[in-house]
Design a protein around this ligand. Sequence first.
Ligand code: PLP
Length: 445
Amino acid sequence: MISGMDAPLIRTALPGPKAKAIIERDGKVVSPSYTRGYPFVMARGAGAMVEDVDGNLFLDCAAGIAVNSTGHSHPAVVAAIVEQAGKFLHMSGTDFYYEPQVALAEAFNEIAPFGGPKRSFFSNSGTEAVEAAIKLARYSTRRYGMIAFLGSFHGRTLGSLALTSSKAIQRKGFGPMQAGTFHTPYATCYRCPVGLKPESCQAECLDFLEHQVLVHLISPDEVAGVVVEPIQGEGGYVVPAPQFHERLRALTNKHGILLIADEVQSGMGRTGKMFGIQHFGVEPDMVAVAKGVASGLPLGVTTSRAEVMDWPPGAHASTFGGNPVSCAAAMATITLLKDSLMKNAAEVGAFMMDRLKEVQQKHAVVGDVRGRGLMIGIELVKDRVTRQRAIAERDKVVEACFARGLLVLGAGKNAIRLSPPLVLTKAQATTAVDIIDQALGTLGT
Ligand code: PLP
């Protein structure tokens, strides 16, 4: 029973006996391509607390990779799922109609971060939401080129993988990649690719795109879309200087290139606004959404300006996409986000960030603390002057958090990411930061 618990409680050695047995079975039959950093075996969850199969209680600042936006099994989401499941589980929005999908498209028409009429395409995951965006951009512009940013993550199917450039292992062995995809530096301000300071720069990192890629590699009138994470997720929870998105919008407008915001990780209230791009005062032409949208049920949404999503029947579809149970979960999720959770993400996120900045003062290994709302990255360095990445140290801190009952994940080579459920309380945030402080202390730096 975990309701009412607000502190981690570790009762066994980790992993405990039941977890060990499951991990052993998994090791024999499940694909070894998954990246498990530590041996957590889930039994149940409520809010921001999870229990493993041996009865150990953890505070969850990972949320199944930034997915359980409304917390584990929020009663309102579970009720919506149960109600819809009792009516029908599937009817394929590709060939038939059902109201939950229409209602969700109407909801996206209201919340998507750009003006005018919109249309939505439904799939099952982040990578599919991005695939749909790529196909739609090509179809709509009749151009083939796609631009993405170094360090980005957009998915692992072959179209989105051509955009992904987070870690070489994700691409290794799967090439050649889809032709016509070009990469350019992101505004990784802590490690500025052109050696400037974010306070005074003019997003010169985009010079490479404007004056090299679009001059030497592909003519701008052959580029269909630029796909950008408003805040880079898997790449290390990297917040760009605001000028970056402003200049990118101006550049794409100039050449009739579609600006596609990949909001799979930064969207659905995580940053304290419905979409990450809304922190930068820029309106994209399209958004790709997944992860937190349905609180844990599989769903991908690609929403674009209506005039862009103008493709004929048969051009694109998905048997399971926009499953009615997922749509019902998404409607309940959006209501909770609007009613209280976006506000909570902004408030608790700001509180947590302040506390983490205090912790930074105590540990030289913490080079940078950054983020928006409850999308927070902590970058570890061997030396604050050289900013040499502390890769092994990061892994040790993640493990030390786990040993103390806190689930966190890494991001990029040397950052810790905090992506908790948006129901996290200030008390839980304090507990999480205290554990991170202790875990950093184990490094003896
Ligand atoms: N886009 C972004 C920004 C992501 O962070 C991810 C997953 O981490 C994806 C796309 C792919 O999502 P999925 O794993 O659901 O295919």
